[in-house]
Design a protein around this ligand. Structure first.
Ligand code: DON
Length: 302
């Protein structure tokens, strides 16, 4: 087995010479300003050791990776009741697509497309104050990562709120079909802020250990770990999920900030960040790096 540090450094150097780096997200103006030249990677092992390379200590916007955390909390709190409001199938459409929502009775395909994540946020928010909801998400990430310096970037949350016409459309459609308890503005306020949490690769990899059944925090059940991994494998990269499974062979969740959290069950939690996105809105270099790492370490689940 090659040394993990050597492999990560090699991948970082491979990525430095990559010319086709994708485009940073343009629909959140604050994110479109970020330098696509950056690349970081960190791997957290069951022992708690974290091995890192490149820009692994620069905070980035976790965006949709936060959907994994709300799902973990939601499943813990509501159990299978959550599945009355959201499905467990890949959508085959873009993360922010509106198409299926009306056709399918406002029951979103899965908890990772925006419509499904808005429903999960609504369910976890319930009758609480948005600030209590956000404190719970931050606490979850601080506890699982062992890092207290994890915060929300208010400018990113505002920047999205002022431009998220598709999310407003999704929330109003959900409300019109009685699949939101809260008013759209209240749910979306909470949702935009959860997406605007910033973490480094090193922090995210550490936090991800609760999903590889290795840190014994008992924060979520074994069943929920298995279920969330299955959903990450089938739906975590939206209409790029098949491609990610084919190339990388690991459950993963992407965010439009350019982050990816990937899991090698029982072995490692992996966080990769590079802001340039491919046409499905997933990190272009992140996917490439995950593919190289899984191959070098023999970590594909297949
Ligand atoms: O709701 C949105 O569109 C963004 N806050 C998050 C989307 C996202 O991260 C999609 N992932 N690749």
């Amino acid at each position: 087995m090659p040394s993990l540090q050597v492999v990560l450094d090699e991948i970082t150097s491979n990525m430095a010479s990559e010319v086709d780096r994708g485009q940073p997200a343009d629909f959140i103006p604050e994110l479109s300003q970020i330098d696509p030249g950056q690349f970081g990677i960190a791997v957290a092992l069951p022992s708690g050791e974290v091995v890192e390379s490149g820009d692994a200590r620069i905070p980035f916007s976790i965006q949709s990776i936060s959907k994994v955390i709300t799902l973990a909390i939601g499943l813990g709190r509501l159990g299978d009741g959550l599945w009355a409001r959201v499905g467990r199938e890949p959508s085959g459409l873009a993360f922010n697509s509106i198409l299926q929502l009306e056709q399918e009775g406002a029951c979103p395909r899965n908890p990772f497309v925006n419509a499904g994540a808005i429903v999960v946020t609504d369910a976890v928010l319930a009758r609480n104050e948005p600030r209590e909801f956000l404190a719970e998400i931050l606490q979850f990430l601080r506890t699982t990562s062992g890092h207290n310096d994890i915060f929300i970037n208010e400018d990113v949350a505002k920047s999205e709120a002022n431009n998220a016409h598709r999310n407003w459309a999704l929330a109003h459609m959900l409300k019109s079909r009685s699949n939101l308890f809260n008013e759209p503005a209240r749910v979306l306020g909470a949702y935009f802020h959860q997406c605007a949490i910033e973490m480094t690769c090193a922090q995210l990899a550490s936090a991800g250990r609760f999903l590889i059944n290795a840190n014994g925090t008992g924060l979520i059940s074994q069943d929920n770990v298995r279920h969330i991994n299955a959903l990450m494998m089938t739906c975590g990269h939206y209409d790029g999920s098949g491609e990610f499974a084919y190339r990388v062979g690991l459950p993963g969740k992407s965010g439009v900030g350019g982050g990816i959290l990937a899991l090698a069950p029982g072995r490692a939690a992996i966080a990769i960040w590079s802001p340039g996105l491919n046409k499905q809105g997933n990190s272009a270099l992140g996917t490439m790096a995950a593919e190289q790492l899984a191959r070098r370490m023999g970590w594909s689940v297949f």
